[in-house]
Design a protein around this ligand. Structure first.
Ligand code: R5P
Length: 301
């Protein structure tokens, strides 16, 4: 019998691509919100002996995490053999240190919460900065798909004369790799954040701005202010309208409008989180890492 891909609301498009890659049967994770805000989770009742993976987009993690735990526990109770998690966007990874006295260090706490519910997990380019690897964060098998090859291919096919620009030190890892794969020049700026909507970036070099079409690459656009500031600085330096590429399309509130208003020519994202900007398919990479964790393998013994 095929393994089950249990799909949280909103993730249907990626689920279709993943189910084809993983030869899985798709079923929805049905969520009912009661008037008082509690959530009722319902799964297909016939999981007996089958592998199951929960596919969730953690764009709104505080609301989704509890439902995710309920679904994971219920999948086991309904007889699933192993229960995994495919969370292309791993939330809470940016709070990986106590930046001010008294703050929670959310990344390891959230990781513990997730691994208490599932046997394994697959994610895409988690925001690993001060934490060196997924293995340093999770004690369950955890694998990381990488978007750089797909981003490099998309840029090579769609942006003539491109040069990549990372808006901050953290983005350097993805920008360097995509630039290497596409054989393109790149530059990484430095960033200082003073508030949710306030960021200051170092100036891009005039050479890069004038001679190429800048492609700003970052892992996350949340408030969109980092991308918008990079775009504005490039325009001030005389650059052509930049293209923006983001791996995890959170785009909270007016983020996309702010980036476009700053002078971007186009904003595209991977299919990690559903969004109108999705243009770079990421299902094959997620499926490959999921298969590497023994997805659908026959039971031992
Ligand atoms: C942080 O280092 C990340 O790589 C992103 O640059 C950041 O999350 C973007 O946030 P925002 O869109 O709110 O500026």
């Amino acid at each position: 019998m095929k393994p089950f891909l249990l799909v949280f609301p909103g993730m249907e498009r990626l689920a279709a691509a993943l189910a084809a890659e993983l030869d899985a049967e798709r079923a929805p994770v049905a969520l009912h919100r009661f008037p008082d805000g509690e959530t009722l989770v319902a799964l297909p009742p016939d999981l007996d002996g089958r592998d199951a993976a929960l596919l969730v987009g953690l764009r709104d993690p505080d609301r989704q995490a509890l439902a995710l735990r309920f679904a994971a526990v219920t999948a086991r109770e309904l007889g699933a053999r192993r229960v995994g998690l495919i969370a292309p966007y791993m939330a809470y990874m940016r709070q990986d240190a106590r930046f001010a006295p008294g703050q929670a260090v959310s990344a390891p706490i959230f990781a513990r919460f997730l691994e208490e519910g599932v046997d394994w997990l697959t994610t895409l380019d988690p925001h690993l900065h001060r934490i060196p690897s997924l293995d340093a964060l999770f004690s369950i098998p955890a694998r990381r798909a990488v978007a750089a090859p797909a981003i490099a291919r998309w840029v090579a096919a769609n942006v003539p004369d491109a040069a990549l620009l990372g808006p901050d030190g953290e983005s350097g890892q993805w920008v360097r790799e995509a630039a290497r794969l596409a054989g393109l020049p790149f530059e990484v700026l430095t960033k200082r954040r003073s508030g949710d909507f306030e960021v200051t970036l170092s100036a891009p070099s005039a050479r890069l701005a004038r001679t190429h079409t800048p492609v700003v690459v970052d892992d996350i656009a949340s408030s969109g202010r980092t991308m918008a500031r990079a775009v504005a600085l490039l325009r001030e330096a005389g650059a052509r309208a930049p293209v923006c590429v983001v791996t995890h399309a959170i785009f909270a509130g007016d983020a996309l409008e702010v980036i476009m208003a700053a002078g971007a020519a186009r904003v595209v994202s991977t299919t990690s989180l559903p969004h109108p900007t999705n243009a770079i398919e990421i299902a094959p990479q997620l499926a490959a890492e999921t298969r590497a964790l023994g997805w659908g393998a026959a039971p031992e013994g």
